[in-house]
Design a protein around this ligand. Structure first.
Ligand code: IPD
Ligand code: CA
Ligand code: CA
Length: 258
């Protein structure tokens, strides 16, 4: 069963991440000086791919560090072996394994696991979302002004109208709390769990959002692109909310006032 494989892969990777947290691992730079990858990202990724390949050798895999393992299959596993690598590399225990499964272009399964606080989020299309096996729901708040928000910033500054800093400034000027956890997958799951009312980020990759996207939707939330149109994980921008503040957040992200 796909879900068993998903959970096995998530567990295997989480074990590696947790065991190596205090070890002396090597850190490498990707593009830009602060976009990091550690040898533990690679170990976590190898463990996940081994589990998937053992059960489903003919499935397509898209994973952050190795890229695409192309197969002619309607199933695609989308993997972030450590989401929150900068946190991990700095000894900040706010990071996770994130794995989503697409079937014929639709996200059908997702798991996000932060082993440091033992939080496993899982969602299956049509069957709801859980945190450690308990059903979760998004929050009920309907006013943006009273919301608790989360966002993330790209490794390379985006100098564009309504960019990350301009939107952030609008919230801060109104005294609205905006957190920055450093893991988009956790941001999404915490929207799903009702801890945050909304999350927006201007530049994400499919592996950052694949699992969290279905977890938010299955918890009753809404996920779109920055314009409010249907979300495409292969395009950069994302807005995820409890649904009630969604239109307001889309408006603000596109230049509107709070
Ligand atoms: C990053 C995190 C971060 C987000 C970045 C992502 P990584 O992923 O999700 O929260 O702001 O856009 O690239 O590099 O830790 O896997
Ligand atoms: Ca990531
Ligand atoms: Ca990563």
């Amino acid at each position: 069963m796909l879900k068993n494989t998903l959970l096995k892969a998530t567990e295997a990777a989480a074990k590696i991440i947790k065991e190596n947290f205090d070890s002396a691992f090597t850190v490498f730079n990707k593009e830009g000086i602060n976009n990091l990858v550690t040898e533990i990202d690679h170990k976590s990724e190898a463990a996940i791919i081994d589990v998937i390949k053992a059960d489903y050798p003919d499935h397509y895999i898209l994973s952050e560090e190795v890229g695409a393992i192309v197969q002619d299959s309607e199933y695609k596993w989308i993997i972030d072996p450590i989401d929150g690598t900068v946190n991990f590399a700095n000894g900040i225990p706010l990071c996770c394994v994130s794995i989503g499964v697409e079937q014929a272009g639709k996200m059908i399964l997702g798991a996000v696991y932060n082993p440091f606080i033992n939080e496993l989020f899982v969602a299956e299309r049509g069957l709801g979302a859980t945190l450690n096996d308990k059903t979760i729901r998004v929050s009920n708040k309907s006013e943006l002004i009273k919301s608790c928000m989360v966002t993330g910033f790209p490794y390379t500054y985006l100098d564009e109208p309504n960019g990350p800093l301009q939107v952030f400034e609008k919230f801060i000027r109104k005294g609205i709390p905006v957190r920055r956890l450093g893991s988009a997958a956790i941001d999404l799951c915490w929207v799903a769990a009702g801890r945050f009312d909304g999350f927006y980020e201007h530049q994400l990759s499919a592996w950052d959002s694949a699992a969290g996207f279905i977890i938010v939707e299955e918890a009753g939330g809404k996920v779109t692109n920055l314009k409010g149109d249907p979300y495409n994980p292969y395009k950069p921008g994302l807005i995820a909310t409890n649904g009630k503040i969604h239109d307001d957040l889309v408006r603000v992200v596109n230049g509107g006032e709070i």
